[in-house]
Design a protein around this ligand. Sequence first.
Ligand SMILES: NCc1[nH]cc(CCC(=O)O)c1CC(=O)O
Length: 343
Amino acid sequence: MSRTDPRIPRGPNATGPTPLRLGTRRSPLAMAQSRQVAEAVSAATGRRVELVEITTYGDTSRAPMSQIGGTGVFVSALRDALLQRRIDIAVHSLKDLPTGQASGLALAAVPRREDPRDVLVASGGRKLSELPRGARVGTGAPRRAAQLHAWARAHGTVLETVPVRGNVDTRIGLVRSGDLDAVVLARAGLIRLGRLGEVTEVLDTDVILPAPGQGALAVECAADDAALIAALAVLDDPHTRASVTAERSLLAALEAGCSAPVGALADTLGPPPGGTSGTRTGEPPTELRLRAAVGTPDGSVLMQMSTTGPVPASGGDPAALGRELAARMLARGAAGLMGERAH
Ligand SMILES: NCc1[nH]cc(CCC(=O)O)c1CC(=O)O
């Protein structure tokens, strides 16, 4: 099972006697992001880092995600390997990570997030507004389906969402083969795979709000490995951590999981007067904005709400921000919209 990846660079300092073992799923996306983190860990610690492939049930089973317990199946095999000390570090896509903190493990770093937005990969170079009525759009995510249907209704058209799973290549292949008119994917995944050229439209967050934590990675290790936790801290990006903390506390407070029709995105706003667009102004951001969308899977109802609060450096509490927005959404009936899929 364990193999040293020859592509991990060995710096001049990487001479420690015991390499750090970084566990990874073997999908191309997991390998790409694990390699990137391995390089960063090696640079930060001066230690050699070897990749250890962990096969998960989610990788070998072709059953629908809803039947095999959701994306949590990808996570638990890596976590088991950490707890059994078969690996020292695990890298996950943060959006696949259950919101409850695993006992015995520490979320040692949340590196700077990639672009969190979803993208369209459509045949004929089409954008969403150019898809024909009744176009078949592949996505297995109720969140994407809900928002696609809501968008279609608002624009006087109809889309058919088709459940798909499999890796990014497989999904893009369904468009190439003509089985689907389009697929919706996370831009971050395509960046990590060097496949941005496939994108026909970057979907604005007003059209599709991404999954909580999308575009961010989670670097986990054993909670009692204080030296490693301290070393991995340099990989942490405080703004990303604040954002994903707000998004994930909203998700947890809605009592929803990664397969629920919930979109959430936090971003930072700069100090006035430049702080209206969510873009960087050069000065440190002072405000955290959290937007969320909860809908029925058919998109007939889509509740969109937002809130802002201070960033942690200005005394804010991102987790409280997420809980507050969730409470407001629940007060307006969000739980009823999510239905059974959310639980
Ligand atoms: N659920 C699958 C998954 N988990 C993480 C990513 C890549 C993007 C990311 O890191 O958020 C993807 C693929 C996708 O949604 O297109």
